[in-house]
Write a protein that binds this ligand. Structure first.
Ligand SMILES: CC(C)(COP(=O)(O)OP(=O)(O)OC[C@H]1O[C@@H](n2cnc3c(N)ncnc32)[C@H](O)[C@@H]1OP(=O)(O)O)[C@@H](O)C(=O)NCCC(=O)NCCS
Length: 246
């Protein structure tokens, strides 16, 4: 315990010597307050190989299953799955522990199987940050559909002015940096929160004039927000892939 400086301490008489702090008060300081963001409406997306991808928000109930799966992914030392996997693990856990500001997390399922992940968060009402996209089923352009869904959410549903991405992997950069022609902010003046890497960005002009339609053309389909009951039923129970197709 700190020793008292002198007999004049404290500088006024006090009723109590010790302050007891309720952790509820600390929690409110550490957490801040949430923005009032609309929910991601469930949707389907017809993949280029014909399969139907069901896109829904992650719920608290999904988290233990997803964390167990990400523990496996983060051990794969190939194509940057390890660094992306460990960061995604942290981002999912941060939702549970309430240590991420205004996150949104979209899961992609095919017949209940978890095949795609996309998340981001809001910095403020004008700026949304893209965090990660992952595909666990190959050659269907699942990654493209997932990235489109979260960009649609940020730019179309929430009307962010800018959407900031960065890319840890060659496949990620090729998909969303190169093919989507995203310019960069000056670096190192601007840094993405994922490791201080370059910021690639999309603004409303880019989104409306070019990117929205480009994505629909590139993947051959648009999002469908009128989800058929049989698709909802087929995806009612989440399960993770038994083998990692990475
Ligand atoms: C980046 C990512 C989301 C892209 O999603 P996607 O386009 O659906 O994913 P794929 O990895 O199946 O395919 C990307 C390209 O890699 C190549 N590729 C992937 N797997 C391949 C394989 N087994 N054999 C040959 N080529 C392969 C193909 O050229 C493919 O392009 P195509 O769709 O035109 O055939 C996905 O690669 C991924 O999850 N990567 C790991 C996590 C990651 O890096 N995320 C981005 C963080 S910045």
């Amino acid at each position: 315990m700190r020793s008292r400086p002198d007999e004049t301490y404290p500088p006024t008489p006090v009723s109590v010597d010790t302050l007891t702090i309720d952790i509820g008060e600390v929690e409110a300081i550490l957490q801040g307050y949430p923005m009032q963001l609309p929910p991601w409406p469930e949707a389907t997306f017809q993949l280029k190989d014909g399969r139907t991808l069901y896109l829904r928000s992650m719920t608290e109930d999904d988290i233990p299953t997803l964390l167990g799966f990400m523990e496996r992914v983060m051990k794969v030392e190939k194509d940057f799955y390890d660094i992306v996997g460990v960061r995604v693990y942290g981002e999912i856990l941060a939702v549970k522990r309430k240590r991420i500001k205004d996150a949104f997390t979209i899961l992609g399922l095919i017949d209940g199987e978890f095949v795609g992940f996309a998340n981001g968060r809001f910095w403020n009402k004008d700026l949304a940050i893209s965090l990660h996209t992952m595909a666990f089923s190959r050659r269907g352009r699942v990654g493209w559909a997932m990235y489109y869904a979260k960009t649609y959410y940020a730019m179309e549903i929430c009307k962010a002015k800018e959407w900031w991405s960065t890319f840890e992997s060659y496949n990620g950069w090729r998909m969303a940096g190169l093919a989507m022609a995203q310019p960069t902010k000056p670096w190192p003046e601007y840094q993405h929160e994922l490791g201080g890497a370059k910021v690639f960005y999309v603004n409303q002009d880019h989104w409306n004039i070019q990117l929205k339609q480009y994505l629909v053309d590139a993947v051959g389909n648009d999002l469908n927000f009128d989800v058929p009951e049989e698709v909802r039923k087929a995806n009612a129970v989440l399960r993770v892939p038994e083998t990692l197709e990475l």
